[in-house]
Design a protein around this ligand. Structure first.
Ligand code: AMP
Length: 185
């Protein structure tokens, strides 16, 4: 059973790589960013509460995400085929929550993959993407939020011997090939 956490700064290619791996190995891809964007589009309660944070490039409050993650990881597709978690955990409190949750629902996730890409490349990629939260100021804020809140999550998994760091500064196919090896090894 494959269960993987994808970590990395905005623009590192987490979503792209998670999607490729999800399709080639038939593993559900769970992206909290995608779930939140859909909720914003559909103007659900969750979406309406999350929108202002997302527009500013800040993290939405943990309280909006915890039940959602529990529900999603216990859906039949995830219990049967595993999952690739993309965009969660984004801070240490979420990482601790996730470890407790996995214990509780008796799922094991041994590895967190960190896609490493230098800042300069990230900024170029984000400018090229044209998402509504990819304006200059928001990009800068999302990178700041990443370094302040999400980098400690990388340390969290490294300290527990669960981190696999991968150079994400290569063509999409090259990174995908490396990830494929990680999953099949
Ligand atoms: P992403 O598509 O992963 O870059 O996420 C887009 C936006 O959704 C982020 O900038 C946050 O505002 C919000 N978001 C996604 N995942 C999380 C999370 N785990 N915790 C808090 N906010 C999140």
């Amino acid at each position: 059973m494959t269960r993987l956490i994808f970590l990395g700064p905005p623009g590192a290619g987490k979503g792209t790589q998670a999607q490729i791996l999800s399709q080639s190995h038939n593993i559900p891809h769970i992206s909290t960013g995608d779930i939140l964007r859909t909720a914003v589009e559909q103007q659900t309660d969750l979406g309406n509460q999350a929108k202002e944070y997302m527009d500013r490039g800040e993290l939405v409050p943990d309280s909006l995400l915890l039940d959602l993650i529990r529900d999603r990881l216990t859906q039949p597709d995830a219990t049967q085929s595993g999952w690739i978690l993309d965009g969660f955990p984004r801070n240490v409190a979420q990482a601790e929550f996730l470890d407790h949750l996995l214990d509780d629902i008796q799922q094991e996730c041994k590895s967190a993959i960190s896609l490493e890409v230098p800042d300069k490349q990230l900024i170029d990629r984000l400018h090229g993407r044209g998402r509504s939260d990819d304006g200059d100021e928001t990009i800068a804020r999302r990178l700041r939020v990443y370094y302040a809140q999400t980098m400690p999550v990388i340390d969290y998994y490294r300290e527990r011997g669960r981190l696999i760091a991968i150079n994400g500064n290569s063509p999409i196919e090259a990174v995908a090939a490396i990830l494929n090896k990680v999953v099949t090894s």
